[in-house]
Design a protein around this ligand. Structure first.
Ligand code: NAI
Length: 335
């Protein structure tokens, strides 16, 4: 099976190497097709991504993506946003749960965030009205709102989630968020067996940090989803543990929630867990559930043991040593 691999910027190369190693040890049938994209490639070539990338993703339908940097305040348009819009990967699925061995405030977090991925302020409709006034447009449609709500309820049904909560700010953005909420309520009627409710985004943040167990699956517009999924990653020990999948009708792009971490890039300090868990999502969705389970078990065992963990969670080891130990545990399991 061919999978497009985009190592990307910063720590992207290190954590992608980690995935390639575990894939080999797991003896998956994945053939990696590596492509360039990101700020570092842009500096060398003047292009955001190589000429064959888009066709390769279209042809394989599956990509695993490392983080790509988006310089602030330049004309550089986010590659993530471009990929999501081009392939209409409308649902961004971000599961977060507590991991034994990772110190965090709570031990029982088990949440799924479903973020609408194609519209909202990320549509990029903004311009300078005059030299001192910037104008950005929030775009929300009934079709995209119903589509993401349906995705959330279908996911809940399939994965035995009991409650779906819509995140909004309809008290202030009466039309945009009002439409999102109305669409959610319409779709919820088709899933009477699943509890549904809604929460205003600011109140949600407070409730998440004081009692995350009251939520199960959160569905939100694009911007709120981006912010609350980092917050939720923080609840389980940080960005090193948050995987994701950008899901469309024909294409799925798997990636870690975190960015290129320029502060630790090239120092063998990156925690590859989030990309490895994104890879587990890929394996599960493409008929390799057994291999995904072996990998997950190995990752959690190495973290729980604590001898080979990375510095972001108080360990003393690097990306390479962590990966080698995960590979050793996998080999023990399958041989
Ligand atoms: P970041 O996620 O790269 O880093 C935030 C903090 O978390 C840093 O201290 C970093 O060292 C740490 N961190 C992140 N991932 C880690 C890992 N795997 N292991 C250990 N520590 C980790 O966020 P930041 O600094 O805001 O963004 C840097 C660049 O990444 C920006 O250009 C941004 O646009 C881009 N970015 C790209 C994303 C993507 O491609 N999916 C997502 C988020 C940001």
């Amino acid at each position: 099976m061919k999978v497009v691999l985009i190592p990307g910027d910063g720590i992207g190369k290190e954590i992608s190497e980690s995935v390639k190693k575990v894939s080999e040890v797991l003896k998956t049938n994945i053939e990696w097709e590596t492509h360039s994209a990101g700020a570092e490639y842009y500096e060398k070539s003047g292009k955001l991504f190589d000429d064959d990338l888009m066709d390769a993703i279209q042809n394989t339908g599956i990509a695993l993506k490392g983080p790509t940097a988006t310089p602030i305040g330049t004309g550089f348009r986010s590659i993530n946003v471009q990929l999501r819009q081009r392939f209409s990967t409308y649902a961004n699925l971000r599961p977060v749960h507590s991991i034994i061995g990772v110190k965090s405030r709570y031990e029982d977090v088990d949440l799924v965030i479903v973020r609408e991925n194609t519209e909202d302020l990320y549509k990029g409709i903004e311009y300078m009205y005059d030299a001192n006034t910037a104008h950005g447009i929030k775009l929300i449609t009934r079709s995209a709102s119903e589509r993401i709500a349906r995705f959330a309820f279908e996911y809940a049904r399939k994965h035995h989630r009991k409650k779906v909560t819509a995140v909004h700010k309809a008290n202030i953005m009466k039309l945009c968020d009002g439409l999102f909420l109305e669409s959610f309520k319409n779709v919820a009627k088709d899933y009477p067996e699943i509890e549904s409710d809604s929460v205003i985004v600011d109140a949600l943040c407070m409730k998440l940090v004081t009692d995350p167990a009251q939520f199960d699956l959160l569905v939100s517009e694009n911007l709120y989803g981006d912010i609350i999924s980092d917050l939720c990653a923080g609840l389980v020990g940080g960005l090193g543990f948050a995987p994701s999948a950008n899901i469309g009708e024909d294409v799925v792009i798997y990636e870690a929630v975190h960015g290129s971490a320029p502060d630790i890039a090239g120092k063998d300090m990156a925690n590859p867990t989030a990309l490895l868990l994104s890879f587990c999502m890929l394996l599960k969705n493409h008929d390799m559930k057994d291999k995904a389970e072996v990998l997950e078990k190995a990752i959690y065992a190495v973290i729980e043991e604590g001898k080979y963990t990375t510095q972001d969670i108080g360990g003393n080891e690097g990306c390479k040593a962590f990966t080698e130990e995960v590979c050793r545990v996998i080999e023990n399991e399958i041989n």
